[in-house]
Ligand binder design. Structure first.
Ligand code: AMP
Length: 181
């Protein structure tokens, strides 16, 4: 099962992704987690990514795509994977499609976790991650609307999109996702 989770920052992709890991026994690949680990470790890649992350802007495609490509080459992705936070733009989506076509492992489904903006801002302020201050949150929501939302059309046209309401109890949301898959 090869799945992409799409949703605004704070929509619950990380949490639901972890539940899908346990349910399907396939790994989750979170570009945000990989980037935060690189920043924490002080690698050259992390140093390059940090400014964009702190500002709530997208990190350069070559960095993110390279990371994903390396991760997908690891053997634990053989039975599938859950992508969380990638792709985030049409260019990334097209690159991913090409990458997966090369591996003969096309995506099965794209799950859109649908949560309205007011709820998102509330959740993100409560979460208190380093890049969760108000200005950065605003930027990340703008970046989502401008760059990532177009993916819904892109995957809709491929007939791979499932939109799931991302509000309510965690278990209810999870059941909706599994049903959609
Ligand atoms: P996330 O944990 O998915 O909210 O990601 C945190 C931050 O990492 C984002 O605000 C971006 O700066 C960066 N990031 C994560 N995934 C990507 C991606 N696919 N493309 C570009 N930047 C990304």
């Amino acid at each position: 099962m090869r799945i992409v989770l799409v949703g605004a920052p704070g929509s619950g992709k990380g949490t639901q992704g972890d539940k899908l890991v346990a349910h399907y026994g396939i790994p989750k690949i979170s570009t945000g987690d990989l980037l935060r680990a690189a920043v924490a470790a002080g690698t050259p890649l992390g140093k390059k990514a940090k400014a964009a992350m702190d500002a709530g802007q997208l990190v350069a495609d070559d960095i993110v795509v390279g990371m994903v490509q390396e991760r997908l080459a690891q053997p634990d992705t053989g039975n599938g994977f859950i992508l969380d936070g990638f792709p985030r733009s049409l260019a990334q989506a097209e690159t991913l499609d090409r990458m997966l076509a090369g591996l003969k492992q096309p995506l099965d489904k794209v799950v859109h976790l649908d949560v309205d903006n007011e709820e998102i801002v509330k959740r993100m302020l409560a979460r208190g991650r380093a890049d969760d201050n108000e200005a950065t949150i605003r930027n990340r929501l703008e970046v989502y609307a401008a760059q990532t939302r177009p993916l819904l059309d892109y995957y809709g046209k491929q007939k791979k999109l499932a939109t799931v309401k991302g509000v309510g109890g965690l278990e209810d949301i999870f059941r909706r996702i599994v049903t959609a898959l």
